[in-house]
Design a protein around this ligand. Sequence first.
Ligand SMILES: [Cu+2]
Length: 401
Amino acid sequence: MCRMAAYAALPKGNPEFCGRGMGSMFGSGSAAGALDPEKDNPMRIHQKSRFTASVSVLALSLCLGAGLAGSAAADDGHGGGVPAHVQMEGVADIVRAPTDLPPPLAQRGPEHVRIDMQTIEVTGQLDDGASYHYWTFDGKVPGPFVRVRVGDTVEVHLKNADDSVLMHNVDFHAVTGPGGGGMATQAAPGEAKGFVFKALNPGLYVYHCATPPVAQHISAGMYGLILVEPEGGLPKVDREFYVMQGELYTEEAIGAKGDLMESYDKLIAERPEYYLFNGAVGALTGQKPLTAKVGETVRIYFGVGGPNATSSFHVIGEIFDRVYSFADMTSKPLTNVQTITVPPGGAAAVEFKLEVPGKYILVDHALSRLEKGLVGILNVEGPDNPAVFKVLNPEKSAAVN
Ligand SMILES: [Cu+2]
């Protein structure tokens, strides 16, 4: 039903509306069904190359320090040549804002805390003109950022929405106990389940749906982070952000329009079409970029839902002043790190001070993935700082003459 609703929202008679799943659903793609979409469909090949070109324009403009408004990419109001986000009608916005996380906990002793979560299956926007049937915690990707303190007794209540089709559950890596709570929360559509655990170990942990096939549920968007603050909390920073990386496996090649269908074969072969920050192409660029000011310190809580790819997380133009590697939040952090490795089902926190204004690009330094949707922006505003960074203009330099 959700898929049909998405179809209804798509423009009719669009020549680019040629996804394989869609053709068969509409009974209008008799020839398309016999085509190999990777090799035989010129429209798809055209779409793919155009997509790659547009992403490359974005990447180039970003890497050049932006300032390309009015060029091939439209200005989105944030300045700097980022394609504007256009929300599809009748399709949900599943992107969780990177600022959507609770503030640090007040200094307090251990308490009894309650967490309520809902598993929701929803057709959401994956890309410009493309949707996907996501499975989510609370309707967004990633799921809600959960924040507790070491020693807390945590009461988890999971409701599987009445209109779900599938069973879902939640497995917290912060739990000491069988299945991380997965078995205890296995819920049929309309059911509510729960469990209680004591948060014994401080750290930043992934949670995810662990209903088989687990990789399928994770890929569809069912992952998030839980922070178990150590005693006394973490050092104060000016801004905190919540970013997660995942992969999506679609029958259609990247760049296709319409409601895209999952490819179980590609999932098992670990050949994703999309790599994503916070659930969608453009989630953290044209739609919900990170923003901060010169002089501020920021911390990014970064996790990988996966289900399969390890991230080499990097911010172009910045150096991580401190890294809580593997999300060990109690050891002395590493210092002065360029790129971190974060495995699927793993996390890390990075901190850095912003000295120079401009656009800083979040990537996985396995940079082929940038061409598959994996890019974010941190916009930093403030006065120039030529003592740290300035651009030379050789044409006007006396040294040239
Ligand atoms: Cu699930």
